[in-house]
Design a protein around this ligand. Structure first.
Ligand SMILES: NC(=O)c1ccc[n+]([C@@H]2O[C@H](COP(=O)([O-])OP(=O)(O)OC[C@H]3O[C@@H](n4cnc5c(N)ncnc54)[C@H](OP(=O)(O)O)[C@@H]3O)[C@@H](O)[C@H]2O)c1
Length: 298
């Protein structure tokens, strides 16, 4: 029996990935969810906007595991707020808290329960990389304190749209830095873990733009298949979910030393993330500052 723990399996391409995981023989799926989950998954309550909820979810997972271990940890949930003004229960900017900090805490709490040769995959976004030319403001830094409290950032964006985009892309930069930090841990080496970042690329047909103005939100959600056909650089929801499930099931394996999987034109590619995502200084500072924010030792 293969045990997979997942976030973000209730909507978008993550839901498709969850269904594929459930269809794989001998798979048990423990899914962190705010609402209902695909049939066959064991749904456990999780609101990533609350660190207390993350801790309760981790406890519930550990209880359900009993003596078994986690073979794949799939951290796919994400939010793309309309502005950078929202704060979570813990007082942190929403995109940073949900996309990065909650997953940082979750992976640290579940690390001891990962099986030997387990895979951890964190869903990031090409928006983290200025070279991708996305229509979203790219990150300026990965300073946890300033991302958690954008009002303290002396270079904070004046415009709502820019601030929101930068909060989102910065949280996705944090995902890759976290992947790199995890890969460098002695525990990862001792257990031969594979820790990977996954960028599904622009994938319409999901709920990601649920906070956007009505036209964009409806077009993105409802006409995903049509947009995919019309815009060559858009991926299909099926390909994005299929690639995520293939990584979790280890049917898609990275070339030696690669850790950043990016879906482009429905094909999985392995590439380098942005220069900032490759900074060891930024990686170490984010790991240390995130630990302090969630009350753990680095
Ligand atoms: N679609 C794209 O173009 C694209 C591109 C690059 C990266 N991504 C990333 O891909 C991932 C999946 O996105 P998607 O496009 O499939 O969007 P989606 O349909 O909105 O899916 C987001 C998932 O995250 C969950 N989630 C959000 N906030 C949560 C919270 N506070 N607590 C628990 N779960 C929460 C949602 O749960 P509910 O069902 O409860 O809402 C849902 O399962 C995200 O990390 C996103 O940033 C997407």
């Amino acid at each position: 029996m293969r045990t997979i723990v997942m976030t973000g399996g209730t909507s978008g391409f993550g839901e498709l990935a969850a269904r594929r995981l459930l269809a794989a023989e001998g798979t048990r799926l423990l899914l962190g969810a705010r609402g209902s989950a695909p049939t066959g998954a064991e749904a456990l309550g999780l609101d990533l906007a609350s660190l207390a909820s993350v801790r309760a979810f981790a406890d519930a997972v550990i209880e359900r595991l009993g003596a078994s271990e986690i073979d794949a940890l799939v951290l796919n949930a994400g939010v793309n707020p309309a502005n950078a003004d929202g704060r979570t229960h813990d007082g942190f900017e929403t995109a940073f808290a949900v996309n990065h900090l909650a997953h940082y805490l979750l992976v640290r709490l579940l690390l001891p329960r990962l099986a030997r040769d387990a895979v951890v995959v964190l869903t990031t976004s090409g928006t983290h990389d200025p070279a991708e030319g996305a229509m979203v403001a790219p990150p300026r830094h990965a300073d946890a304190e300033l991302l958690a409290h954008p009002d303290r950032d002396p270079e904070a964006d004046a415009g709502t749209r820019e601030a929101a985009g930068r909060a989102y892309s910065s949280s996705k930069l944090c995902n890759i830095l976290t992947v790199r930090a995890l890969r460098s841990l002695p525990e990862a080496d001792a257990k031969n873990l594979d820790v990977l970042a996954y960028d599904p690329g622009p994938t319409p047909g999901t709920g990601l733009l649920r906070n956007a103005p009505a036209i964009g939100r409806i077009a993105w959600r409802t006409f995903g298949a049509l947009l995919h056909r019309l815009v060559p650089r858009f991926n299909s929801k099926e390909a994005a979910g299929g690639a995520l499930s293939a990584i979790a099931l280890r049917t898609a394996q990275p070339p030696t030393g690669r850790y950043y999987a990016a879906l482009r034109r429905d094909e999985l590619t392995w590439r380098d993330p942005s220069e900032r995502a490759r900074s060891d200084e930024a990686r170490d500072a984010l790991w240390r500052d995130s630990a302090a924010m969630v009350g753990l030792q680095p």
